[in-house]
Design a binder for this molecule. Structure first.
Ligand SMILES: [Zn+2]
Length: 135
């Protein structure tokens, strides 16, 4: 992937993780360009398959495409949030520093990406107090 593509993806995302909305400038480790559909599943470098993600979300997502929604009596396989096809505000909401899945897609994505790990919630709490999140 060339530098111009990486720059475009970062700017398109507003320099925030497209999964957890964490702003890159308030985190020490640089974020990554993520393949929403991983190469091992046939994903390409096309702009429609690239997303900007913090290290935590990118690592947790890995090549996963789905998760198990355990709300129903029988757990259902549900696809993960796709930043290019889905709207963040439709699938997630913020409850203070916690990210809540509003739909099955939102729920499984919060779960698979472990978006509410204690350290992340703490970080969001601090950013909220400083008026830097969600921004
Ligand atoms: Zn993230």
């Amino acid at each position: 992937m060339d530098e111009a593509t990486a720059r475009f993806v970062r700017e398109r995302a507003g320099f925030r993780c497209e999964y957890c909305l964490l702003p890159e400038r308030h985190v020490r480790l640089p974020f990554e360009i993520e393949h929403v559909v991983a190469r091992q599943h046939g994903g390409t470098d096309a702009l429609g398959n690239l997303a900007f993600a913090c290290l935590h979300c990118n690592k947790r997502k890995g090549p996963n495409l789905t998760g198990l929604d355990r709300v129903a009596a029988r757990a259902k396989i549900v696809r993960l949030f796709h930043p290019r096809h889905h709207s963040w505000g439709y699938h997630f909401s913020l409850l203070g520093p916690r990210i809540v899945g509003r739909t099955a897609i939102g729920r499984v994505t919060v779960d698979v990406l472990a978006m509410n790990e204690p350290l992340l919630v703490l970080l969001r709490e601090e950013l909220i107090e400083e008026g830097l999140f969600p921004g």
